[in-house]
Design a protein around this ligand. Structure first.
Ligand code: C5P
Length: 409
């Protein structure tokens, strides 16, 4: 399915975009443009804070409708009352959802137009949080997030990466295309997502592993876990019972997925085998190949000019899963390569006795480890399929399509 096919289900949908007061408010302009491109009818409501970052006029130009900014605007209320606007919406999107806005929603406040609209609507709400990473990780925000999730509010992002204040971490607004994809995915899901993995147990590994050298240092890698999390989310949407074995990443647990957090390759190995038997294993984790023979009990001190680490091989989880006697229906591996992608991938397919391997090139500008986008190719014994560069959430759906095809082949 191409990107435009994927968003076709937004055509004719009435989407109310609520903009919160954060620097990411400027990205909501692009969101409105993309929603209109997808054929949605869009109205925009802004908090007072949002108006400090972007003008209502910019949204008006892009939405083609007057932007709503306050409960106390007589003329706007006469044209369409706020309760009417809340009822008008088929979908509500809050982008960026600030910590303050999330707190107000969680507590059911109606102290401004946006909060009132969210309380008054019966339409499904999707929030795209964006804030400083410390605010995102604060127990108060975590608790508000859990409350909102429990109420069925869909959450997209935040993504990990550089933040406005020169810091880095989870807190970046999801990209407009991800928000649109999530919105259209949810609409599509409500209507037509095939439950073609119903009754199947799927185990997915994701993220890096950290191998401790001493109490303060570890060997790790740059895997973000985004691809594995997207695959787990996609499999769950298609009806599978999904267990996600997650290395150390700061990503939200996808809806309906059972998550087990681990740190090292050895812990991941134990957790994966504890989650079996399963029908499908998808090894998307970037498992460390080597781990210190003995992590030092105390912090290693500087003494000489060089330091040699004594490392030993970790268990190859994927190869062991593929080799075990319990018959899985499909074992899928991932391969991140910097060169000779096809050749190395096919070699791994054979050496590890996999049913399929999904390879991508890392070290290129657009895509790979830390990106939200990727391009990849899946190889199996007598075939291959290339996936053009797309958001990882979309690639995950397309990969699950292929997995279903291979299961039935
Ligand atoms: O051999 P390489 O590490 O490139 O293979 C990558 C694939 O193998 C990934 O699917 C990864 O999850 C899996 N793997 C594993 N255990 C290891 C190393 C890699 O499961 N120790």
């Amino acid at each position: 399915m191409s990107g435009s096919d994927k968003t076709r289900d937004l055509a004719g949908q009435r989407v109310l975009v609520c903009v919160g007061g954060g620097i990411a408010a400027y990205k909501a302009l692009e969101l409105v443009r993309r929603l209109r491109d997808a054929g949605a009818e869009v109205q925009v409501a802004m908090t007072a804070g949002a108006q400090q970052f972007v003008t209502p006029l910019s949204f008006q130009a892009l939405s083609g409708q007057p932007t709503r900014t306050t409960l106390w605007d007589g003329a706007a209320e006469q044209a369409m009352g706020h309760i009417e606007l809340a009822r008008w919406a088929d979908r509500v999107v809050i982008a960026p959802a600030t910590a303050d806005l999330m707190a107000r929603l969680a507590h059911g406040l109606a102290d401004d137009l946006v909060a009132t609209l969210c309380l008054a609507t019966t339409a499904p709400i999707l929030i795209a949080p964006a804030m400083n990473h410390r605010m995102w990780q604060h127990p108060a925000t975590r608790a508000n997030l859990a409350t909102l999730r429990e109420r069925g509010i869909q959450v997209v992002g935040p993504n990990d990466g550089p933040l406005a204040e020169g810091e880095s971490g989870p807190g970046r607004l999801a990209e407009p295309e991800e928000i649109v994809a999530a919105l259209s995915g949810a609409t599509l899901r409500a209507a037509t997502v095939p439950q073609d993995l119903a009754g199947l147990n799927v185990v997915v590994s994701a993220g890096p592993t950290y191998e401790d050298l001493d109490p303060v240092r570890y060997l790790g890698n740059r895997s973000s876990g985004k691809m594995g999390f997207a695959v787990a989310a996609s499999a769950a949407r298609r009806g599978a019972s999904v267990t996600l074995i997650a290395g150390p990443v700061q990503l939200a647990t996808p809806t309906g997925v059972a998550r087990v957090d681990v740190r090292s390759a050895a812990q991941m190995h134990r957790a994966v085998f504890a989650a079996l038997p399963a029908d499908i294993y998808i090894g998307a984790a970037a498992v460390a190949d080597y781990t210190p023979r003995e992590p030092a009990a105390n912090k290693i001190k500087k003494s000489s000019e060089s330091l040699a680490l004594d490392l030993v091989r970790t268990p190859d989880i994927l190869a062991e899963v593929a080799a075990q006697t319990q018959a899985l229906k499909l074992v899928v591996g991932f391969a991140a390569e910097t060169n000779n992608v096809a050749e190395y991938a096919r070699r791994k397919l054979e050496a590890k006795r996999l049913d399929m391997i999904v390879a991508n090139r890392v070290g290129i500008a657009d895509g790979g480890f830390e990106s939200d986008q990727n391009a990849m190719t899946a190889y199996w014994k007598d075939g291959e399929r290339s996936f053009a560069s797309a958001p990882k959430t979309q690639l995950a759906d397309e990969l699950i399509d292929l997995i279903v095809e291979r299961l039935n082949a």
